[in-house]
Design a protein around this ligand. Sequence first.
Ligand code: GLU
Length: 428
Amino acid sequence: MRTRFAPSPTGFLHIGGLRTALYAYVMAKHEGGEFILRIEDTDQKREVEGSAEALQVTLKKFGLVWDEFYIQSERHKSGIYKKAVERLVLDGHAFYCNCKPKNAKTEGFSVELRDPCRDKNLTSGAIKLRVPDDEIVKYKDFVHKKEISWNTNTVYDATLLKSDGFPTYHLAAMTDDIDMKITHIIRGHDWMPSTPVHLLVFKYLGGPTPEIGHPTDILSAETGKKLSKRRDSVFCEQFLEEGYLPEALLNFIFLLGWAPKDNRELYSLKEMVDSFDPNGFQDANPKFFRDKLNWFNGQYIRKLSVDNLLEKLELDNNQKNKSIVALIQDRLEKLSDFKMLTKFFFEKPEVDAKLFGENYKEHLTKAIEGIQNNRDLMEVVKENNFKTGDFFMSLRIAITGMKFTPPINESIEILGKEEALERLKKLI
Ligand code: GLU
């Protein structure tokens, strides 16, 4: 099995792209096959500078390492696409056209499916596919697990080579898929409508036609619409910056469109490879639930050793930091939560007296006595007939400035008796 991830360098890697790459990777690796990275940069107007390099950096962070690497603009120089398309012209499956180039939109929705140049026998210009009349083209989608077919009377004469000599996606990708012996194409759902064009191109180029699968679009849980770069946060690097671990994000998206037979949820990349089965592809559109991603991230943070977590948080490996990290590890959903949760260990809090309930001064006075005498604070609560929750809330607010904090007794221990007493005394 040979699969490929074939991004166009038109921006940074987003969640949908990462999922496509992941599925292509695990599918190939499950069979002991190869995963190929191919940069599809023949539409140079749409290229975003630096994005081809950035895509590679991001893929590596997720462990999706490729076995072979190609850049279409480089391959273009060897004349491979031109040679392929000229062959199609010779065979009568493509024709030159010198109509003014239309933009992709008007071309896609053109009422005229048949190009006016197709029978003019021109010898220069752009090159378009001569789509036959009244033929059925079909394939079985390995994601949807069903046969999909088109009558060629609904398929337009797609451009294969532009007048500037560069191939379009329809030519370059299909030529490469054959040349690179790709066995399975897995790509975004947007490409489904272009599939009849591609099936014809594969056939006319002499094939073989790879198996093709289109995973369903990921929907935003908020809008119910397809995830969008404009409305939703979708960029992988942004998630990493926000404090998501690559292995957690990968695990989460693995299950957006694929499901195992049991209800298993946690998978390392190696486990995904081992357990992958194309029958697990889902037909329904998955939704991107942020809470679920947070849950996965929490699970992965919990699995880290304290030393490892310190490193990810970019903290010095000293005793105080170690104790703090061990105390709050279970409460972190994102690495970025750390700062807020533990700020009070590193600086004196600003305490807003409005946060306190009644009797707080009494609570704090007795707490001071108790701490000074090294007593168990539960005993102090009982002796004074305090309500346990109220007493510890007063203590918590005084020490941390917040109502939600790590366990307060342990926090006082890490902070040190002196510092804790100082904070309490300041408030009465
Ligand atoms: N270059 C295409 C894109 O970025 C790739 C589609 C494919 O995988 O064939 O959408």
